[in-house]
Design a protein around this ligand. Structure first.
Ligand code: WT7
Length: 601
């Protein structure tokens, strides 16, 4: 390993396994097939609709990946080129990621819930000329025309001067059959016909350990989303190792992670970690409450799932429907439960433990980030006692520190900012196209450390308790959303003069999105306008970023230098205006009273 983690000593750089070459798709598939495990089930796919199921062995997965890899090569994709992937949770999504990796191409998966604008922005940033997508997707009872959104994104990109040359469309006929799917001859191709015609073998491209593997865009406190870049060797070793130890893998296990491949969890603990370990896993297209809140437990019972990994928001949502949905199913195959994405409140932890796990399953509350690539602070099952709500202790080789706001390391029991003092194998290597931003964002705030953006408390036993983001990022249902992004989507509406967005406690989502909006002079504040403003955010970012509350704000609390005091806005949203703290720097203290009066209007 060679690295510089200190901006004062020159450019930040992290390198692992210098001089080594590998191919991660080979390690995920060929290695198992060559060892005689080709007939083992790789994927058990559960569609959105009950009864739509399929399984795929490691040999079959390898064939499919090779066919798609051949198609990508034929389409002119070369080592190092970026391929955009905008797909629902069909098996073709993880297979597409592996196909890119097989030929040394860099995948950029964009979550299917993102809007055309968001997809376009990401395709332009990483200059992907090839887009892999599907005709549509079912989400519970609703069908979504994914291809129409993809088409709009290509059009927006073209207007911005970037041409998407090839679009490969998977016909997901239960949602949108080919006949109902828009198709641009010349640019678009049907996946099933084209890929099916390719040969099922494809020589892997051996790449250097530091060859880029993927980009994944994530929100920060300012500006547009950052393309987090992960490279091959370190990421591969770390995903495989954490997967094996944190989930206590045993031969014969059936593992299920409910994350979408559009997020980092679906990269490290669905597409890569399980396959690197030769695991059999469930891939779920649907939503946990469709058609009933028993769906997850029915799937667990049907496939004898041994490890189940999900987000606290899903646990809270299922908990709210009552215990009977769990107890009517046989969940006795479960041996371990995992939680990821946001702090888990002790009440949800206990329900997960007692009702789902029948008090018999260790719970691994895994703290990590898109940027860290893999688990950082997490229980190791059976190795040390758990505490509900704590991610417990660092994984091997991870050196977390608690800093005060001047960057001094605090010792023993302490509360402050969580930072990491040395690189780990899957450290993000850069922000795509902007190494400067990488350095200033992650290494600038506290020189010598990687800044996580989270606050935390370390207790007397050395356990870490994540207290949430300390920057202007909110965590809604385990999805990271930059308040600045939501604000600019609101301001894009012609009626909106100014917007300020904060998070507030939400019983299911963890945090909800609370938006203060100042209207243009003469515009009337109506219910319809609220809907339009929410619609503006949906169409610019995606439905999951839609504000839960719009609060009319004739004025915003600002300091004399014009800076919005978000602390005050958070207190008003939480109905805690009696605990505003020091407001002496407010330019106009009267604003607070006006806002309190307008709450709920
Ligand atoms: C942020 C990272 C990690 C994959 C999914 C989210 C929060 C994540 C936990 C946890 C408390 C958590 C943090 C972190 N977070 N896991 N177990 N306990 N908080 O990845 O979108 O990059 O978000 O999610 O605030 O910084 P992400």
């Amino acid at each position: 390993m060679r690295y510089n983690f200190d901006v004062r000593a020159g450019p930040i750089s992290v390198e692992w396994f210098r001089g080594a070459t590998t191919n991660i798709a080979y390690n995920c598939l060929d290695r198992h097939v060559l060892a005689g495990r080709g007939d083992q089930t790789c994927f058990i796919w559960e569609g959105n609709d009950v009864g739509r199921e399929k399984t795929m062995t490691y040999s079959e997965a390898l064939d499919e990946v090779c066919r798609l890899a051949n198609w990508l090569r034929a389409a002119g994709v070369k080592k190092g080129d970026c391929v955009a992937v905008y797909m629902p949770m069909l098996l073709e999504l993880p297979l597409a990621m592996l196909a890119c990796a097989r030929i040394g191409a860099v995948h950029s998966v964009v979550f299917g819930g993102f809007s055309a604008e968001s997809l376009a922005q990401r395709m332009e940033d990483c200059k992907s000329k090839v887009l892999l997508t599907a005709s549509g997707v079912m989400r519970g009872p609703k069908s979504i025309d994914l291809k129409k959104i993809a088409d709009k994104a290509c059009k927006l990109s073209a207007e911005a001067g970037h041409t998407v040359e090839h679009v490969l469309v998977y016909e997901n006929d239960n949602a949108v059959p080919a006949a109902d799917c828009p198709f641009t001859p010349g640019r678009d191709r049907w996946w099933q016909a084209e890929v099916g015609a390719q040969p099922p073998t494809c020589a892997p491209e051996w790449v250097e350990a530091e060859h880029p593997l993927f980009l994944l865009y994530t929100s920060g406190s300012t500006g547009k989303p950052k393309g987090v870049l992960h490279t091959t060797g370190g990421y591969m070793v770390y995903a495989a190792t954490t997967m094996r130890h944190v989930f206590g893998l045993q031969p014969g296990d059936v593992y299920w992670c409910t994350a979408d491949c559009g997020w980092i969890t679906g990269h490290s603990y669905l597409a890569y970690g399980p396959l690197l370990n030769g695991t059999t896993q469930v891939v779920f297209e649907g939503v946990p409450t469709h058609p009933t809140p028993a769906r997850c437990w029915e799937v667990v019972a049907a496939h004898k799932v041994t490890q189940f990994y999900t987000a606290p928001t899903a646990i809270r949502s299922l908990m709210s429907f009552g215990d009977q949905w769990v107890s009517q199913c046989d969940t006795s195959s479960l041996r371990l439960l995992g939680s990821v994405g946001e702090p888990i409140n002790p009440e949800a932890w206990r329900w997960y433990n007692e009702v789902v796990g029948r008090g018999k399953c260790p719970i691994v509350d895994t703290w990590w980030q898109t940027e860290t690539g893999g688990h950082m602070i997490t229980p190791l099952p059976g190795a040390w006692p758990e505490k509900p709500g704590s991610a417990t202790l660092p994984f091997f080789g991870v050196r977390p520190v608690v800093l005060d706001d001047k960057g001094n390391e605090l010792q023993g029991e302490a509360e402050g900012i969580l930072a990491i003092a040395q690189p780990w194998p899957s450290t993000l290597r850069t922000v795509y196209g902007d190494h400067e931003r990488y350095q200033s964002n992650y290494f600038g705030p506290f020189p010598g450390y990687y800044f996580t953006g989270d606050g935390c408390r370390r207790d007397a036993d050395g356990y870490y308790w994540i207290t949430g983001r300390v920057d202007d990022v909110i965590n809604v249902s385990g999805h990271r959303i930059g308040t600045a992004e939501v604000e600019s989507a609101l301001v894009a509406h012609p009626a909106c003069a100014e917007a300020a967005v904060v998070g507030y406690d939400h019983p299911i989502k963890g945090q909800g999105i609370y938006a203060y909006v100042t209207l243009m002079g003469g515009v009337e504040a109506t219910k319809e306008l609220k809907k339009e403003l929410v619609g503006s955010v949906r169409s610019i970012i995606g439905a999951f970023a839609a504000p839960d509350v719009i609060h009319w704000a004739p004025g915003l609390p600002k300091t004399r230098s014009g800076k919005i005091m978000r602390r005050v806005l958070r207190k008003i949203a939480a109905k805690e205006e009696d605990q505003l703290g020091d407001t002496s720097t407010l330019a106009d203290p009267g604003v607070v009273g006006t806002l309190v009066e307008l709450r709920g209007k």
